[in-house]
Every structure is written in structure tokens, then in C-alpha cells.
Design a protein around this ligand. Structure first.
Ligand SMILES: [Zn+2]
Length: 675
């Protein structure tokens, strides 16, 4: 009966509404009453050449196959084996972190998105194989979490309820629901979605019956995003009710913490706090809920928290979560015995250390997820700016250029002289044994990158990201729209947009003028448009377009010396180099032999020359300049000494921050002194 109803429901949905391109978007806001923008379909954007084509090909040819094999190699990671044991295919024990299931779901999501873009049948077949296995593990009541299911099947079930609260099961289930929605939109098949409905039904019942303590929100709340996406896919109103309930109960128990963003109710939260992955996932999930309910305080708080992050707590690379460990700024008392610890967390305003920056890749991806949703809610370009900043810098730094090694943390300074080992290393690894959450996360993000490039509203199409690609879609109004971008962006700022098929009446093309840009010029068919919008806004070009019309955009891209708010002590009197959306760094490999990277200074009067550089077979744009070295400045057993001004001129080669650590294991810095 349940299955019958479900099928009937899905059929009714699509007969009544019809499936639009936007219904097949990564985050489907096509019917969200409080979202201004909706996305393109997962299959609508194809990268044709240049930066994102290269990155997308690395994901398709290297990262995804590598991940699939890795997660099937039980000697290295037990994730797939855990499902096999839970399904009863073999005996054994659960092994690996309790968030292993969720990491595998993220790989599945990446494969589904990749299938949408490439139509590669191998991916489809592999996904079906995994989905069949998942179905074999799922409990009658919809529950699925291998640490518990394996205990149930093979051993004595331990403190199940405790595990439910403290384990990562909601995180895992959240990723399952999101992956299943993407799979459904990519393939049209509902085999994964059926499992996800079981999960969503289980969670609905669980949160109805559970005590407030037990119902306390689980950590890393990917299930907020997941359950709202399930509502959007199925239109089952219970799932929206559950999403509201999750926000209602947050912060309603006595044992909440700022680290987990549940010391106080969300509706009282005005600042970013605690574990940055949990925080950004929560904010993204609340944004999803707002898109459906329009509850004012949710958006007000999201805006306030966003300002706290963007103006006071985010790195120049778009990275989030400054502190390995710290103390909650507000959830404390003067009694040290009740001071609350935080970890992998947002610190106080302007507390942005470089060498000890945590900046988990997942937190930086969370920043993208959150800003994408804020963009969809509001249509404001400042959210796209941060999305782009994080993508090009602190997300991509999490993966090697080869596409098979990953970073958990993303520091802005690496020095061999730092006399202590940090918990997480600064070398990319093929498998991060205790925390491989970031690798699958970045894998799915790159597979989905095309979906972030365009949005739609009644004002027309929005171009959020630039890169050579072809958009082939049907607008929400039902017109065919095909356009292509040709550009060397982000290495140069000239972009051509050519119309191939256009709606018959007047139609708006909304071009993102990045916040970093100055002196932008725009031409349509060679005629300059006057009054280009201010940086950090969308420029609306509304007219009757015809096939072959060409928009030429030019963003001048000088290398720019950036400074930080003086309250950022660890960047005081220093500069960083940025060109377009790319933040640069200096590595040992970019300095004359024997130069100590800790003692160099930039010459602020010197120009930078862009020079193509090949790293691991990939061409990036390096920047050459000259400055001052300090090779004789020995700091051994010295904390302070008189100023020694070394005027030794040296040549310096800056490389994009995301590409650091791909040439040799040297030192690296983003901020540096200047003269
Ligand atoms: Zn992670």
C-alpha cells in the first residue's frame, strides 16, 4: 500500500506540474515560494574548455574512479565492506569512523551528478549496484546506519540510543537523502529515492516520539538540507514539518554547546559559532527551510551570521573555521570549570591565525553550499562572490592537481620551523585515515560545479560563474535557451557570451559583476553598454535577443595587493596577492635556493608579470615580481632582536593558493610583509 501510494504521488506530482529543467537542479527551488532564483538542470551545462573543463575532467577521469576503487578496498577503507556486512553478505565487524556511510553517499552523489553531465553508463551501473546493496541493509522502519545495523545483525546491540544521539547517523542519513534526490533527478530512476523515503519516514517518526534530549540535533546536520530536498522531490508535507521541527528543537535542552550551535535556539543566534562544518551545514539547511516557509527571523539571523563570517571571521581564501581548539566566545562563564571548549571552529571576530588555521575543506564547501542558497533566496551577487572565492581557493586547495590526494585543513602559512606537530598534517594524502570526509565532499562538489554557474528568475538568466561552457536549457517560462561562454577565465578577464537559441520576446541576461572587479566594460555586438553596474551586483541586459548576438565582458585583472582589517593581528602590516578571484601564495619553490620564506618582503612598488606555469601537467598563471630576501637572518634560539634590514633583492614567483604543495614539500605563505 505504501509503495502504491508513493508511486501514485510521484506520478501525480509530475503530471500536475510537469518536469522542468529547474526541477532537475542540484538544489530544486523551482517551487520554493521564498526563493527568488532557481537553478539549471543537472545536465544543462557542459564545460567546453579551460579551467573548469580541466577540473571536471580530472574529477571524471581520476577522482571519481579513484574514490570508487578506494571505498571498495576494505584493507584501506571499510565503508563499502560495512554495508556488505550489514546486508548479511558476510560476517564481520564495523570498522572505520561512524561517518563512513555518509562519505560513501557523497561519492554516490558525485557519480550521479557526473552521470547527468556525461551520460556514462558505467556510473549508472555502479550506482545501481551500490543502491541494491544499500536496500539490502535498510531496516524495515527505514533506519540505515551500519555501525548499529551490524551490531543488530551480528552481535549484541550496545547503547543504541546513545549512538543515535552521538553518532553521525543523522549526518549519514542527510547525505543519503541529498544523494538520492540528485540521483533521481539525474537518472529518473527511483530506486535510491525509495531508500531515502524510508530514511525520511524513519526520521519523521523518530523526531515525533523522541524525548527532547534524544531528539537533540545530531552533529554535522546535513539532514536539514537532505530533508528539505526530500520535500522538494516528493512534496510530502511531513518532511517540511520535520525540517521545521528540527529547527524548533535546536537549543531546547540544557546540555547544548556553542560548538554544536545548540546552546541557544537558532532563532536567537546572530553570530557564527562553533564547529565550522556543523555551522555552515546548519546555515545552509536553515536557508533551505526559509525558501519554503518564509519565516522572517530565519533569514534575518542568516544575514546577521553571514555578515559576522564575511566581515569578521572568514579568511581571504573563503575558508572558515580558524581554530583547531578554542573556547566558546559567549557560552562561557567566569568559572573556568564550566568554560566550553570548541574545536575545528569559528573563533572570535578577527581571530584568524595562519599557520594553525584549521579551515577544514568540508567547512569551506559548507560555505559554498550556504552562499549558493543565500544567492537563490535573494538574487544578491555578494553571495555568488563568496561562493566563487571559496571554490577557486579554499575548496580546490583541498585536492591535488592530480585529483587523487586531499587535504583536511587549509592553512595560510606552512613553516618548517614551527616546533610542534599539528593534529592534521600539511601534506595531501590519498586517504586520510581518521577523517576522509573532505575527499568525497570535494569530489561531489566538482562534479556539480556546472550547476552553480547559472540561475533563473522572472528577470531572466543569471550568469553566476564564468568559464567556457555551453548552457542548453528550457527556461522556467518554457522557452529554449542555448548560449555559450568562451573565456580563459580566471586567468584572464575577457569573456564572450554567444546566443545560440533565445526566447522569442524580451529576455534578461543578468551578468555578475564580481565584487573584486574595477573598470568593467560590456559590449553587445561590439557596442559598448554605458553605466555598467557597481562591482558586487548583477548587470541586467534586457532586450529582444537573436541568434548570434554576442556579449563581450571585460574584467581588468591586475595583480592586487590586499590588506586585512587591522584587527586581524596575524595579517597586520602584511599583504596578500590577489588577481581576479584567485588568491596567490609564495612557496619555497618560487624563491631562489636557500631563501627563508619567513623572512621575505614584497616590494610594493614592483609590478607583477603574469607568466603561464605548468604544474603536474596543468597550466596555471604564475605571477613574477621581485622583492627582498633575508638569508642571513638566523632566528635559532632567538625570540626578539634588533631590526636587521636585509636589502638582498630576489625574484619571486607567486602561484595560485589552490595549487600549493603540488611541486615539492616546501614552505608556503599567503600573507607577507612589504616595503
Ligand atoms: Zn571534511
Amino acid at each position: 500500500m505504501r509503495t502504491y501510494k508513493r508511486v501514485l504521488y510521484i506520478i501525480t506530482c509530475f503530471v500536475v506540474h510537469g518536469i522542468t529543467a529547474q526541477d532537475k537542479s542540484l538544489v530544486n527551488t523551482s517551487e520554493s515560494p521564498y526563493a527568488r532564483l532557481r537553478g539549471a538542470g543537472l545536465a544543462d551545462v557542459s564545460w567546453t574548455n579551460g579551467f573548469w573543463k580541466e577540473q571536471f575532467d580530472i574529477a571524471n577521469n581520476s577522482t571519481l574512479p579513484y574514490m570508487w576503487d578506494l571505498y571498495h578496498d576494505a584493507e584501506t577503507t571499510h565503508a563499502y565492506r560495512n554495508f556488505e556486512i550489514a546486508a548479511g553478505l558476510m560476517k564481520g565487524k564495523h570498522d572505520g569512523p561512524s561517518f563512513h556511510d555518509g562519505d560513501f553517499y557523497k561519492i554516490m552523489e558525485g557519480m550521479a551528478a557526473m552521470y547527468a553531465a556525461t551520460g556514462d553508463n558505467t556510473l549508472d551501473r555502479q550506482l545501481d549496484e551500490a543502491i541494491t546493496l544499500l536496500a539490502g541493509t535498510q531496516r524495515e522502519d527505514g533506519y540505515i546506519h551500519t555501525p548499529v545495523l551490524i551490531e543488530e545483525r551480528w552481535g549484541t546491540l550496545g547503547e543504541e540510543e546513545l549512538q543515535k544521539q552521538l553518532g553521525f547517523e543523522k549526518y549519514n542519513m542527510g547525505h543519503l537523502m541529498t544523494a538520492a534526490c540528485v540521483h533521481y533527478r539525474a537518472t529518473g530512476k527511483d530506486n535510491f529515492l525509495k531508500i531515502a523515503r524510508g530514511v525520511a519516514d524513519y526520521l519523521y517518526d523518530f523526531y515525533k516520539k523522541a524525548s527532547p534530549e534524544l531528539a537533540r540535533n545530531a552533529i554535522c546536520p546535513s539532514h536539514y538540507m537532505g530533508i528539505v530536498e526530500m520535500y522538494r522531490t516528493t512534496r510530502d508535507a511531513r518532511y517540511l514539518e520535520l525540517a521545521e521541527n528540527l529547527v524548533d528543537i535546536r537549543g531546547k535542552t540544557d546540555d547544548g554547546t556553542d560548538d554544536n550551535q545548540d546552546r541557544i535556539p537558532f532563532r536567537e543566534q546572530k553570530n557564527a559559532m562553533g564547529h565550522a562544518v556543523r555551522a555552515n551545514y546548519l546555515y545552509a539547511g536553515v536557508a533551505d527551510l526559509y525558501a519554503e516557509t518564509g519565516e522572517k527571523v530565519l533569514l534575518e539571523n542568516l544575514r546577521s551570521i553571514w555578515e559576522d563570517v564575511a566581515y569578521r571571521k572568514m579568511y581571504i581564501t573563503g575558508a572558515c573555521g580558524a581554530l583547531y581548539d578554542g573556547v566558546s566566545p559567549d557560552g562561557t562563564s567566569y568559572d573556568p570549570s564550566v568554560v566550553q571548549k570548541i574545536h575545528q571552529a569559528y573563533g572570535r571576530p578577527y581571530q584568524l591565525p595562519n599557520a594553525t588555521a584549521h579551515n577544514e575543506t568540508c567547512a569551506n564547501i559548507g560555505n559554498v553550499l550556504w552562499n549558493w542558497r543565500m544567492l537563490q533566496l535573494t538574487g544578491e551577487a555578494r553571495y555568488a562572490d563568496i561562493m566563487e572565492l571559496a571554490l577557486y581557493n579554499s575548496v580546490l586547495s583541498g585536492i591535488s592537481i592530480r585529483g587523487k590526494e586531499f587535504l583536511y585543513t587549509n592553512p595560510l602559512l606552512v613553516s618548517k620551523d614551527l616546533p610542534f606537530e599539528q593534529r592534521w598534517g600539511n601534506t595531501r594524502q590519498g586517504y586520510i585515515a581518521l577523517s576522509n570526509c573532505c575527499a568525497p565532499n570535494i569530489t561531489r562538489t566538482i562534479a556539480e560545479i556546472g550547476n552553480y554557474a547559472y540561475s533563473f528568475s522572472e528577470k531572466g538568466v543569471y550568469i553566476n560563474l564564468y568559464g567556457s561552457n555551453r548552457l542548453q536549457t528550457v527556461t522556467p517560462e518554457g522557452s529554449s535557451l542555448v548560449l555559450r561562454q568562451e573565456t580563459g577565465y580566471p586567468w584572464d578577464g575577457d569573456i564572450q557570451i554567444v546566443m545560440e537559441e533565445v526566447p522569442s520576446g524580451e529576455y534578461g541576461i543578468n551578468l555578475r559583476i564580481p565584487g573584486w572587479s574595477k573598470g568593467t566594460t560590456v559590449e553587445v555586438n561590439g557596442k559598448e553598454i554605458s553605466g555598467v553596474s557597481a562591482p558586487g551586483t548583477y548587470l541586467e541586459l534586457k532586450r529582444k535577443w537573436k541568434k548570434g548576438d554576442r556579449i563581450s565582458l571585460s574584467f581588468p585583472m591586475p595583480a592586487t595587493l590586499m590588506q586585512a582589517n587591522p584587527l586581524v593581528e596575524e595579517a597586520a602590516n602584511q599583504v596578500a596577492v590577489q588577481r581576479g578571484p584567485i588568491v596567490y601564495c609564495l612557496e619555497s619553490a618560487g624563491l631562489p635556493e636557500g631563501t627563508d620564506i619567513g623572512q621575505v618582503a614584497l616590494d610594493s612598488k614592483e609590478a607583477f608579470t603574469p607568466v603561464p606555469l605548468t604544474i603536474e601537467g596543468r597550466q596555471v598563471m604564475a605571477l613574477h615580481t621581485s622583492g627582498y630576501g633575508g638569508e642571513n637572518n638566523n632566528w635559532n634560539n632567538t625570540l626578539y632582536k634588533p631590526l636587521h634590514k636585509d636589502n638582498n633583492r630576489i625574484e619571486m614567483e607567486f602561484v595560485p593558493y589552490f595549487s600549493w604543495g603540488n611541486r615539492e614539500e616546501g614552505e608556503m605563505r599567503v600573507w607577507m610583509p612589504y616595503r
